[in-house]
Ligand binder design. Structure first.
Ligand SMILES: Nc1nc2c(c(=O)[nH]1)N[C@H]1C(S)=C(S)[C@@H](COP(=O)(O)O)O[C@H]1N2
Ligand SMILES: [Mo]
Length: 215
């Protein structure tokens, strides 16, 4: 847990802090509410692993235990969290392992276009590969220098700053590489397949042709 925190460039950090505007329709939330479906899972380190599977480049599954996963290079990203129910939490400093790192060490096959990010109890969210590998997407273990609490996703949650927060599963356990898009948990239940808050892609009825698989 005592990994050296490699701060992002000062430029990026102050940019994040200075940008006070929120995506359309969002309001600032004081504090940090807890929002999710279902119970908070209990973390059992001896049973925990992180898996990369599906269409990997070598056709193999890749698996890390908790010690191995948290030993991967640590970095921080200052980012806001936008819930589709219209609250935003701004200026958090997330610490963890860049999603890009996983793609580098366990590469997808060349025809992979999307990923499904899997969490405890079968929660999932689908992302375009380009959103997943964007330079600020992070598997977070920490927020503002402290370990995540259980209700906020300990030991691991995905943060994808440029998408609505449901695209970042808490209690994440793995990534499936996919050669075609498939809807995740909320995306099957009426939420937008892409989920860009800046263009208010909240609900699946707003999808344009090509935004997602048939419902
Ligand atoms: N596993 C899991 N992760 C999840 C969710 C969920 O229901 N299950 N909800 C998402 C939603 S809708 C939001 S807004 C954020 C909330 O994160 P927070 O509770 O840390 O504020 O978690 C996301 N990650
Ligand atoms: Mo949300």
């Amino acid at each position: 847990m005592g990994q050296p925190a490699e701060r992002e460039s000062g430029e990026r950090a102050s940019e994040g802090a200075a940008r006070s505007e929120l995506p359309p329709g969002q309001r600032l939330q004081r504090g940090w509410p807890v929002t999710h479906y279902g119970p908070v899972p209990k973390f059992r380190p001896e049973r925990w692993d992180f898996r990369v599977f599906g269409a990997t480049a070598d056709g193999e599954k890749h698996c890390w235990n908790h010690e191995e996963f948290t030993a991967l290079p640590y970095t921080t990203v200052v980012a806001d969290l936008h819930c589709v129910t219209k609250f935003s939490m701004v200026g958090a400093e997330w610490g963890g392992i860049p999603a890009r790192t996983i793609v580098d060490i366990a590469p997808p096959a060349p025809d992979v276009t999307h990923v499904m990010v899997w969490a405890e109890y079968g929660f999932s969210s689908n992302l375009r590969l380009a959103d997943f590998t964007s330079d600020r997407a992070l598997f977070a273990t920490h927020k503002d220098g402290e370990l995540l609490t259980a209700e906020h996703g300990f030991p691991l949650r995905l943060v994808v700053p440029h998408l609505y927060a449901w695209k970042g599963p808490k209690w994440v356990r793995g990534v499936e590489y996919m050669t075609a898009d498939r809807r995740g948990f909320w995306e099957e239940r009426g939420y937008h397949n892409i989920g860009d808050p800046w263009s208010e892609q909240r609900y699946s009825y707003q999808e344009e042709p090509g935004d997602g698989p048939e419902l």
